[in-house]
Design a protein around this ligand. Sequence first.
Ligand code: PBG
Length: 341
Amino acid sequence: MINNKNETNTHIQISPLARPRRLRVSPWIRNMVSEHRVTVNDLIWPVFIQEGNNLRTPIASMPGVERLSIDLLTLAVKEARDLGIPAIALFPATPTNLKTQDGEEAFNPENLVCRTIRAIKSAVPDIGIICDVALDPYTSHGQDGLVRNGIVVNDETVEVLCKQSVVQARAGCDVIAPSDMMDGRVGAIRKALDNSGFSHVAILSYAAKYASAFYGPFRDAVGSADNLGKSDKKTYQMDPSNSSEALREVALDIAEGADMIMVKPGMPYLDVVARVKDAFKVPTFAYQVSGEYAMLCAAAANGWLDREKVILESLLSFKRAGADGVLTYFALEAAKLLKAQ
Ligand code: PBG
């Protein structure tokens, strides 16, 4: 019996002052109190380029993603621009015969990336172009740097990365994104860009980039998996067990002149995104990498997950963690989903 003076009340009474469910009762109020939102402005689209004309090559481990020749890529980039996607990130699949021990093709002004930048800048001038700086698409051993006596050497690599950056800036790249994890490269690249008249070109540094197994499908896409073989990148990319070290890496890159920083991979490293954003308050991006894309696609293809819902929920998780934007292979699809909402 409730409220009977003569009996002890044995019912559990729930009458909290705060009832969070009051703010969840209907869509309008959920929308009104929502803290984070994904918009098309948050999306950066990484794309893979190949030589040739009118060519598209599917990437088996990344269903729905294709390597495109420059002409087809230009059309796809127009679509991205029309959807409102602010920027793309370019990744070349270099023909095997152009890969060398020291990756000289990286600073050839006529290489695939530079020709692509020029083509896109003339056909779609109002989309941002971000270019990776690292040697792995160009080296016969698949490492991001120069190898001397079995060691990926730092300072000599940085000199080449500077040349690669300047060549890409000269072709019209808007944002240089060093993904190589050599020490001191951001400062050196900043100086090289400034000395060559590119002080307006920004640097988005892959500041906290981990030695991750989630990059597997990407290495298939750019064709560096076979080159790398059984080797790994653990002497320069970060140990997945560390997170305070990410703060140190980010601090160094900001001090050296990075305009924006990135954490990579994405979803398994949202704790790092949150710590970094909290500590530095600089524009912070996260990369939902190829393996994350592959996982979601595989589960959706099996009917185990609702594809559209998990795409949007995964992107929202980045925003909630503090990211200002996300590099994602879902960019085009997500932009369409957001538009339809
Ligand atoms: C190259 C580079 C990699 C990725 C982006 N730039 C691969 C690597 O470091 O081995 C991975 C992106 C992805 O997995 O989607 N340095």
